[in-house]
Design a binder for this molecule. Structure first.
Ligand code: ZN
Length: 117
C-alpha cells in the first residue's frame, strides 16, 4: 500500500483531471464527432483503455469510420439532380417554390425563378 501523503494527494488532484481527460479522449472525440459507434468506443475506452492497445484502438476507431456524409440538401423530390441537366421526360421542380416545371421551362411559371440555376 502506498504511503499517501498530502503532497501525493495534491499532485493527484492536479494531474488527475488531465489523466482522466487523456484516458477518455477517444470517447470525447467520438462524442464530439457524433460518431455512430460512440457507445462502442466509450465502452472499449472504459474497459480496455488501461491496456495501451485498447486505448489506441478506441482512439483510431473514434477518428475513422464515419459513414456517409449528411444527406443531400433537402428539397423537392430529386428529379434532374443538380448539374445533371434536363433529363428528357423527367419531372423537374422549382428550387425556390417547389412548383412543377415544364420540361423546357427556363423560368419557374409560379415564382419566376431561373430554373436553370
Ligand atoms: Zn418557383
Amino acid at each position: 500500500m502506498f504511503n499517501f501523503g498530502a503532497v501525493e494527494l495534491v499532485i493527484l488532484m492536479l494531474v488527475g483531471p488531465f489523466v482522466l481527460a487523456l484516458y477518455f479522449l477517444p470517447a470525447i472525440i467520438a462524442i464530439a464527432r457524433h460518431h455512430p459507434n460512440t457507445l462502442g468506443i466509450a465502452l472499449l475506452d472504459l474497459f480496455l483503455g488501461w491496456t495501451l492497445l485498447g486505448w489506441l484502438g478506441a482512439l483510431i476507431w473514434s477518428l475513422v469510420q464515419i459513414a456517409s456524409p449528411p444527406a443531400a440538401a433537402p428539397g423537392p423530390p430529386a428529379a434532374g439532380a443538380a448539374g445533371a441537366g434536363p433529363v428528357p421526360g423527367a419531372v423537374r421542380f422549382c428550387t425556390r417554390c417547389g412548383a412543377t416545371l415544364p420540361p423546357d421551362a427556363v423560368f419557374c411559371p409560379a415564382c419566376g425563378k431561373d430554373s436553370r440555376g
